[in-house]
Design a protein. Sequence first.
Length: 392
Amino acid sequence: MSTYALNFGAGPAKIPQAVLLKAQKEFLNVHGTGMSVMELSHRSKPFGAILEKTKKDLTELMKIPSNYTILFMQGGATTEFASVFYNLVATKQQELKQAGKEGEEIVVDYLVTGAWSSKAAQEAERLIPTVIGNPVRVNRAVNVKQSNGKFGVIPPASEWKLTDAKKHNVAYVYYCDNETVHGVEFQSIPQIDASVPLVTDVSSNFLSRPIDVSKFGIVYGGAQKNLGPAGVTIVVVRNDLLVDLNVGPIRPLMLDFKTAADNDSMYNTPPTFAIYMVGLTLEWLKEQGGLDGIQKANNRKSEKLYKVIDDSKIYTSPVAKDCRSHMNVVFNLTTEELEKEFLKGAEEKNMHQLKGHRSVGGVRASIYNALPEEDLTTPFPYFFSCKRDDFM
Ligand code: PLP
């Protein structure tokens, strides 16, 4: 077995080799403490320094404005489906109360463009009965599941059915910037009414390109694709959206953003090792030229793969050209049998974790920040050499 695998996994995913080597070097003795980072108290000085540096580097890379707070949350990105709903409905309830509009309906808008935004909308719907005092409605302003159950397009904004914030109480507009399962990515930030907080799940394209944080109420993502190991979810939240725990729906303490903010993400024990690894990844990212630098590399990598797919007679992309993901390149071969052959051949050529998500099948090459450009060309230019004859 080779000691270096060409890892196209969707997540947990490849971590930059340099980051792993640094972590390995420091494994038993981090920052001269004589202890592993896993053995340090989260309230110790050395861990405090790691947390601060991680926040500083993230602020620098994302150019996070000073009226935002970085939170390190737990429970994966899935937990944020509930947290976003609870916290932003709470903010809206507070606002309505102050405006003497108690009891009015609250609407939450979702742009459903793939599996993850669909799940987030379902979770919001499921939690509606827990809100006391105001009826809440989920509006799927975009809902593009095709008759075969697949996603693959983002309709033009003129076709979105966003709720009119002048006439209704819209708590937020939610979308998933990059749909990991279906390989669908927004190419720009949706334009919405500026008075409504915009929320985005960037779990699978976090820090893959520059982002204008000031356009958002909340930007969040799990770490295990572009930022490190599973176990920590980063939430960047605008401070005016943080409300007291006793306002709005009763919610578990661990889902409450203000509790996390007031305690510097240490209301309980945070996932210290995962945060440390995120910190090392951010340092690496700065060395790659920050978000501008990594975006250029990501564009080159994805263009290369899509060109192979579009030029070929055996590969097809199920995703419209104007919304193809730079991170998760999803494609099919002409028959399921050929797909099996392709995946078998790939494994033999040291290319791993290429199988499409179990709900959609096909092939998915996840080419996150950490995947070096050389891994798409050497030593096995499999994508480039595969001809139909290879499978006959
Ligand atoms: N959102 C997106 C875009 C994802 O890709 C995933 C996981 O793959 C999730 C949410 C759920 O993340 P988790 O498994 O950390 O809850």
